[in-house]
Design a protein. Structure first.
Length: 138
C-alpha cells in the first residue's frame, strides 16, 4: 500500500512539474516570440553560410605550369633575357636583378629594353602581364 501511494504521489508530482514547464514554455513563446523567430532564422542563415563556405571555398588543385617554349623561340628571347624576365616577374628591382645575375645595372636596362621591344610592352607590369598571357612565366 505504501509503495502504491508513493507511485501515486510521484505520478502527481511528475504531471504537476510537466504542467508547470508547459505553462512556462507557453508564456515564454508568447512573450519572446519575435526573438525566438529571429534566433531560428539567424541559426538557419549561419548554417547556410557555413555550408556555402565549405562548398565554394574549396582549395583548387594546382595546375602544373608548362612553359611555352615555342613562344620564347618565336619572340627570339635569349636565355639571359628570359632570366631577367623571371626575376622581373618576381618583383625585383634593376639593382637586385643585376646582383642576382652578376651583371651591371646598365646591362639589366639593356635586357629590359630588349624585352619591352620583343613583348611590345612599355612598362614592367605590361611585360610581365604579356609574358604570363603567352605562357612564358607562371
Amino acid at each position: 500500500m505504501t509503495f502504491r501511494l508513493i507511485l501515486l504521489y510521484a505520478g502527481a508530482l511528475a504531471i504537476g512539474a510537466f504542467a508547470l514547464q508547459w505553462l512556462e514554455y507557453q508564456y515564454l513563446t508568447r512573450v519572446f516570440a519575435s526573438e525566438i523567430y529571429l534566433l531560428l532564422i539567424a541559426a538557419l542563415f549561419t548554417a547556410l553560410g557555413a555550408w556555402a563556405a565549405l562548398k565554394l571555398a574549396r582549395p583548387k588543385a594546382a595546375v602544373a605550369f608548362t612553359r611555352n617554349d615555342a613562344a620564347i623561340k618565336s619572340l627570339g628571347l635569349s636565355a639571359r633575357e628570359f632570366e631577367v624576365l623571371e626575376l622581373l616577374a618576381d618583383g625585383q628591382s634593376n639593382k637586385e636583378i643585376a646582383r642576382s645575375l652578376d651583371v651591371s645595372p646598365n646591362t639589366v636596362k639593356t635586357h629590359l629594353a630588349n624585352l619591352y621591344g620583343k613583348l611590345e610592352a612599355s612598362s614592367r607590369l605590361q611585360a610581365v602581364t604579356k609574358a604570363r598571357d603567352l605562357g612564358l612565366i607562371p
